[in-house]
Design a protein around this ligand. Structure first.
Ligand SMILES: C[S@@+](CC[C@H](N)C(=O)[O-])C[C@H]1O[C@@H](n2cnc3c(N)ncnc32)[C@H](O)[C@@H]1O
Length: 277
């Protein structure tokens, strides 16, 4: 995937959004991911390091290699990790579809919010699998924008979300990929695949989520594609503006917002592929 085909882009606002997202969802998405001391971990598609710092802090004894196709993101991620005093992460620029590591270089692989941007997510998983030692694990976390529902309901808000889904699809991605993690990992040859849906439920009694998820993560993400959606004539200006207002409206004291992430784990298993070594 070229950098131009990344639907959210690499703006400062998008960097802030990824950080807000990671911090807000730390417990929900990361608490059950702890890698043993001495284990080698590949983080594929680390972006600006928003998840990297969480991974590294949760598994301080592991040796993490974080890669991304964007050189600039790698630079920012490196600064961020250094600023946090983290010393168990090294960074490399690289394309998941063509990584230069020796087979069986890693005990674990971690992929978060990356497959949704790839035209060939199964191929990416197939490329990653041989990099695992036998018995090694992969963890994949993805969202699914079809899982968003909210109160008050709004047809314009749903239309605005659909614009993001459409734009991502046009760029070769899939914003509805969360529901496909089980078949994707299984088809890519991983065994014992287990998918754990993680719902974010937000109402006024959870002010940190109202701010950190409904506004700064989800609505900011949809809002970020406004110019592209209007330029392509996917929606009228009136419907777009109303849709965004309605998404923010769900963050009012009587509003509710729900969204589900999908966290999948699987094991490298030679028997699944029929390969003989
Ligand atoms: C939504 S960001 C997620 C970043 C990080 N995992 C997080 O959750 O904050 C997706 C990242 O995938 C990277 N990416 C997309 N295609 C890639 C590829 N083929 N190889 C490596 N990185 C890729 C993008 O550059 C971007 O940084």
């Amino acid at each position: 995937m070229s950098q131009k085909t990344y639907v959210h882009g690499y703006s400062v606002r998008e960097s802030e959004r990824l950080s807000d997202q990671a911090q807000t969802l730390t417990g929900l998405l990361h608490d059950d991911t702890r890698y043993p001391a001495g284990s080698r971990v590949l983080e594929a598609g680390c972006g600006i390091g928003a998840q990297t710092v969480i991974l590294a802090k949760n598994s301080p004894g592991s040796l993490i290699t974080s890669v991304d196709i964007s050189q600039e993101s790698i630079r920012v991620a490196g600064e961020r990790v250094r600023a946090e005093g983290i010393t168990n992460v090294t960074f490399q620029t690289g394309d998941i579809l063509n990584l230069m590591f020796e087979p069986e270089s890693f005990d674990h692989i971690f992929v978060c919010f990356v497959l949704e941007h790839l035209a060939k997510p199964q191929r990416a998983l197939e490329q990653l699998r041989p990099l695992l030692k036998k018995g090694g694990t992969i963890t994949v976390i993805e969202g699914d924008h079809g899982s968003a529902f909210f109160h008050p309901g709004s047809a314009d808000a749903q239309k605005a979300i659909s614009c993001l889904v459409k734009l991502q699809q046009e760029m070769g991605g899939n914003a509805l990929i969360g529901r496909q993690l089980f078949p994707l990992l299984t088809a890519a040859g991983f065994s014992d695949v287990h998918v754990s849906p993680r719902m974010v439920y937000v109402d006024a009694s959870r002010p940190a989520l109202v701010e950190g998820f409904t506004k700064l993560t989800f609505t900011a993400m949809v809002e970020g594609v406004g110019d592209a959606a209007l330029r392509q004539g996917l929606i009228s200006k009136e419907a777009w503006d109303q849709g965004i207002r309605d998404l923010y409206r769900t963050a009012e004291p009587d509003g509710v917002f729900c969204y589900t992430f999908f966290k999948a784990t699987g094991y490298r298993d030679e028997r699944m592929t029929g390969q003989k070594e």
